[in-house]
Design a protein around this ligand. Structure first.
Ligand code: 3HC
Length: 315
């Protein structure tokens, strides 16, 4: 078979909604795009544990603490499924982790903002996980099999995360004046960064066109962002709070909410490593990696020992 035959078979699979699997032939650019996206996604899950981990010791009750611990553990699990999924494309966990720790790899801009109050745990669950899940539901149908399958379980857990976030804010929104103010303040601070999670405008998105053709992405950044605004603009009414956007208004003609302009300078500044917490986040990940080195060494010695015994038994 010549290369054109491989390309044709690959494209037919994509067109017919047949998943691409690790041992299938695939264009090098398809492999690289998936490694890029899946590893960035994995890094986002892992770095995403930090703003919430910060509040585990200060959760206001045992119940809230247990929920928060479970949620943070879920994020760690999501990171691991995703790293495993990227590994099926020929990269290694060490390479991906080194790229994160050196600052070479990207991860979601959202996790470079500080979590300043307990209400932030609610806002992160409702808005950040809410934005993440819209994007991730679409990824359950992505064309690369191991990524799509990893996303199914991740989405189930994310939907619990979103609901617990909303419920946390609902309780605060019915509380004292201080609690209501804290709730509104958290929404004010997390709203715009949540909209940035969907990535640059379609006209500025370098990867979208090709990723849509390969069905890695099924909806564009702007489509998902609009879906998110429409959903949150309705849900916030139940909280009796407001979104910090004077231009937010239902547009009867478009059947969507109009909303104000995102500060793209801020977005790119954060993506380039200059957000409020970028340096702190990378320092925390590097420290955790160094402190865990004895576990990795012990696990390797144990694995080598087991292998040696197995070989001795066969011999
Ligand atoms: N933060 C940081 N970088 C971002 C970004 C963001 N919010 N949005 C886009 N970018 C980067 C892209 O990675 C790309 O850079 P690269 O070419 O150097 O890799 C560049 O900006 C241009 O953007 P594109 O629109 O061309 O990029 P994509 O086609 O990859 O689309 C995406 C961006 C929609 C985020 C897509 O990569 C995606 O769907 N990724 C998988 C989901 C994901 O990673 N979500 C992150 C949040 S996960 C999470 O929040 C955990 C949860 O538990 C809360």
């Amino acid at each position: 078979m010549v290369i054109q035959d491989f390309e044709r078979i690959f494209q037919e699979k994509i067109d017919n909604e047949i998943k691409i699997e690790p041992k299938d032939w695939m264009p090098e650019a398809y492999r690289k795009t998936n490694i890029r996206q899946i590893s960035q996604h994995a890094h986002s899950e892992v770095v995403g544990m930090l703003p919430e981990g910060n509040w585990i010791s200060r959760a206001p009750s045992l119940k809230r603490k247990a929920i928060l611990i479970a949620k943070v553990q879920d994020e760690a699990g999501h990171g691991l499924y995703l790293y495993s999924s990227a590994e099926t494309l020929g990269t290694s966990r060490d390479e991906m982790i080194n790229d994160l720790h050196s600052g070479k790899a990207k991860y979601s801009s959202i996790f470079n903002y500080p979590s300043l109050s307990w209400a932030d745990m609610g806002a992160i669950g409702w808005l950040v996980d809410g934005a993440a899940i819209l994007n991730q539901v679409m990824l359950c149908r992505t064309s690369y099999g191991p990524y799509a399958r990893a996303m199914v379980r991740i989405c189930k857990e994310e939907s619990f995360h979103q609901r617990q976030g909303f419920e946390t804010l609902l309780v605060l929104s019915k509380g004292t004046k201080e609690q209501k103010d804290m709730c509104q303040d958290a929404i004010n601070r997390w709203w715009w960064p949540s909209l940035m999670m969907f990535g640059p405008k379609d006209s500025e998105s370098t990867n979208s066109d090709q990723s849509m053709k390969w069905k890695i992405k099924r909806k564009t950044n702007d489509e998902l962002r609009q879906q998110f605004v429409d959903m949150i603009a309705e849900q916030i009414k139940l909280l009796g709070m407001r979104l910090p956007d004077n231009k937010l208004q239902w547009n009867e003609e478009r059947k969507h909410y109009d909303f104000g302009e995102i500060n793209w300078d801020e977005f790119w500044n954060v993506v380039k490593g200059n957000g409020p917490c970028n340096k702190q986040r990378l320092a925390a990940r590097n420290k955790a990696h160094e402190e865990g080195s004895w576990v990795r060494k012990a696990a390797k010695v144990y694995a080598d020992k087991k292998l040696k015994h197995k070989k001795e038994k066969i011999a």
